[in-house]
Structures are given as C-alpha cells and as structure tokens.
Design a protein around this ligand. Structure first.
Ligand code: SF4
Ligand code: SF4
Length: 119
C-alpha cells in the first residue's frame, strides 16, 4: 500500500518542506491500549489525535505526531536535505512515505499539494 502515493511527491517541494522530517507522524489504532498509553506520556512534544482515516476493517486510526526533528535532517542555503539520502541507512519508511493521505498530509505535505496525481 505504501508505494501508491510516491509519484505524487515533488522533490523540490520536499526540499522546501521537510514537514515529515521535522515531525514524525504515524498512525495506529488503539489495540491493547497503545494509544491510551502514549497519551499518558508527560510531554507536549507528542500529539495524539483521531485521524480521518478508517481502515478497511472499519477501525479509525489515531495519528501520533512526534514533534521532534530527525537527526539526519540538514538545512542549508534555505533548503532541507537528508544526510542519509541514497544510503542504506535511510529508513525504508522515509522513501515510502506517505503511506496514506490523511488530513495531516493534506495540511502539511507540500509535495502532495503541488504535484498532479499520476495515472
Ligand atoms: S511532508 Fe511531503 S513535501 Fe514535505 S518533505 Fe515530507 S513528503 Fe516531502
Ligand atoms: S532519515 Fe532523512 S528522510 Fe528520513 S526523516 Fe530523517 S531526514 Fe527525513
């Protein structure tokens, strides 16, 4: 399911954006109270919200946003870049992001908002 959105991204927009590198959004349902447990963390750098995404099984996903920048993110001459880009150390989930387009991506992802959908 991950790769279906790849061609919607726009590399130039990513270099000006880095929203998904400055914050780390991911999605999960509340199996075993996982989301409830995250909510108990005593920090304002983790945001837990209901997303607008419902799985095929009818389960609404929560969005968990870690408001902590990635240590591999660089910002030079007004552009963002990834120190790990093109290496095996770059997490696969970075190259496959976004997995699903939810309200967070629609709001923050400049690449999705500037590129035309592919056929
Ligand atoms: S949020 Fe979207 S546009 Fe911004 S860096 Fe991530 S993939 Fe690129
Ligand atoms: S590893 Fe690179 S692409 Fe992935 S979050 Fe960090 S800076 Fe962004």
């Amino acid at each position: 399911m991950a790769k279906k959105h790849q061609k919607l991204k726009n590399p130039e927009a990513c270099r000006a954006c880095a929203a998904c590198c400055r914050q780390f959004p991911f999605y999960d349902h509340n199996a075993d109270g996982f989301v409830d447990r995250i909510k108990l963390l005593k920090t304002d750098r983790i945001i837990v919200e209901e997303s607008d995404f419902v799985t095929n099984e009818g389960r609404r996903l929560y969005r968990i946003v870690l408001d902590i920048p990635c240590s591999a993110l660089e910002f030079k001459n007004g552009k963002y870049s990834c120190k790990l880009y093109g290496t095996k150390k770059r997490p696969r989930m970075c190259s496959e992001y976004p997995y699903e387009i939810t309200d967070w991506e629609r709001k923050h992802c400049k690449g999705l908002n500037s590129a035309k959908p592919h056929k």
